[in-house]
Design a protein around this ligand. Structure first.
Ligand code: SF4
Length: 459
């Protein structure tokens, strides 16, 4: 098997699917979040209005991005914030390192930032002698386990509490065999407090950057961003250019949907606004492009930049829930991971990790048309001659078959009969990776066309 084949979604999903009980439990845990989100959304009669407004705010900002970035920079500078521009991940990491080395920083506390994951910043800084401590509980768990996040909001969702207990026993000396979440959380809190108190600098991600205020908004449930940003003298906030919103009214609309869509909470526990350096300290904002302007060139792909990273599309996705976050060949998994990461996917497989059911687009609080974007990526891969190995050969034949009505009807009839009379164990190998962990459907008695003629056509 080639290195590229071992990177494909099907190959990695196969590894996750081997532990059936974990798959069931993972799927259930995420579906619980989806149900909480539905209940929270239903409590707001203006929910759909908020989604429309959220979408319009993001589209408007993206359409006038140059102007808003300039306004944001000017207001940040007026507030005493130092602003840096990074065209890609390398520049981002270099800028962060320059700031930290200038202050002789040995330990950096970081609160959840998918952008720094995207830039692979932790290993970059660690190779240069700076210890990076992720301070969000879930992030800290996977950092201790030396794993990447498997979800953008609940990064350790793939781990069971017993596994966390074992890890904490090994790394932070909790009692052997302890798996009580309250006990483990308290132990993690004490451990993290020591890290906050001994850190020389802090870094956070940015949920929103407010152009007319020159301020950044950071949301956490644990208050860890605030502990970090308020203790050491140097604070750095890394943000993608897509995080801009025009003003506080726009930010308020998005804040009302963010936590509801993520976990069903009315609002994130801590939504902090940073607008100036603390007395005697320094505040830096690094604004990163890293491929986002390229996305803006394509009308359909550009809409993925409306994303506010709530994770709602992951929680509802039937493929993500049953294949796990590590099966996507990208830092960000699930539907939004495909939308923003498919262009860099050298396995050319992730646009097919999707049933195009549209559930992701249905739940998205800023109406990112994820299914449309994923279909667009499939088309782009085909146009670039980058269809996955098997598809490259059989898709042209499927196209010919589907264009010929008689041949299509005939093959559908054979398929229906085969499903009825042949043992499914005989047919399953033809379903490839798709069929490995699924039952084949029961063969229908007739085609949909025949059913329609009988039941609906005259009515
Ligand atoms: S695409 Fe929409 S649902 Fe998915 S993470 Fe982004 S904002 Fe949330």
């Amino acid at each position: 098997m080639t290195q590229t084949q071992t990177k494909t979604h099907a190959y990695k999903a196969d590894i996750f699917c081997q532990d059936e009980s974990r798959v069931d439990w993972h799927s259930k845990a995420l579906w619980t979040l989806r149900e909480k989100r539905d209940r929270a959304a239903k409590q707001l009669p203006e929910w759909e209005q908020l989604r429309t407004l959220g979408s319009q705010i993001k589209l408007h900002t993206l359409s006038n991005l140059g102007q808003y970035l300039e306004t944001f920079e000017a207001n940040c500078l007026a507030n005493g914030i130092q602003v840096h521009w990074a065209k890609d991940a390398t520049e981002h990491n270099q800028i962060a390192y320059d700031i930290l080395s200038r202050h002789k920083v040995k330990k950096l506390v970081k609160s959840k930032s998918m952008l720094t994951e995207e830039c692979h910043m932790n290993p970059y800084l660690e190779q240069r002698g700076i210890e990076v401590i992720d301070t969000d509980l879930g992030e800290r768990i996977i950092q201790l386990a030396k794993q990447p996040p498997s979800h953008i909001v609940v990064p350790a969702i793939h781990m069971k509490k017993e596994e966390v207990g074992e890890l904490f026993h090994e790394k932070i000396n909790t009692q052997a065999g302890a798996s009580d979440p309250t006990y483990l959380t308290r132990a993690a809190r004490a451990h993290l407090r020591e890290q906050f108190l001994s850190a020389d600098a802090a870094m956070t991600g940015v949920n929103m950057a407010v152009a007319d205020q020159g301020a950044v908004i950071v949301c956490t449930n644990e208050g860890n961003a605030d502990m970090g940003a308020n203790l050491p003298g140097v604070q750095i906030h890394s943000m993608g250019i897509d995080k801009l919103v025009p003003d506080m009214d726009s930010a308020a609309v998005i804040l009302r949907t963010l936590a509801r869509n993520a976990t069903g909470q009315p609002i994130t526990t801590y939504s902090s606004i940073y607008k100036a350096p603390k007395s005697g300290g320094e505040m830096h904002v690094i604004i990163v492009d890293n491929g986002r302007s390229d996305m803006l060139q394509d009308n359909i792909l550009a809409e993925s930049l409306k994303c506010i990273r709530c994770g709602g599309c992951l929680n509802t996705c039937p493929v993500y829930r049953r294949s796990g976050g590590f099966s996507y060949n990208y830092t960000i998994p699930g539907p939004i991971g495909i939308a923003v990461g498919a262009s860099d996917d050298d396995s050319n497989s992730i646009p097919w990790a999707c049933t195009l059911c549209g559930s992701c687009s249905y739940v998205c609080p800023t109406k990112v048309p994820l299914d449309k974007i994923i279909a667009r990526h499939r088309r782009l891969k085909a146009e670039q001659g980058q269809l996955p190995y098997g598809k490259r050969h059989y898709m042209p034949l499927v196209g010919k078959l589907m264009a010929n009505e008689t041949a299509l009807n005939c093959s559908m009839s054979i398929a229906r009969t085969s499903l009825k009379i042949l043992p499914h164990s005989l047919l399953k190998p033809f379903a490839g990776a798709w069929g490995k962990y699924r039952e084949l459907p029961a063969g229908a008695d007739s085609s949909f066309e025949a059913w329609f003629k009988r039941n609906r056509e005259q009515k």
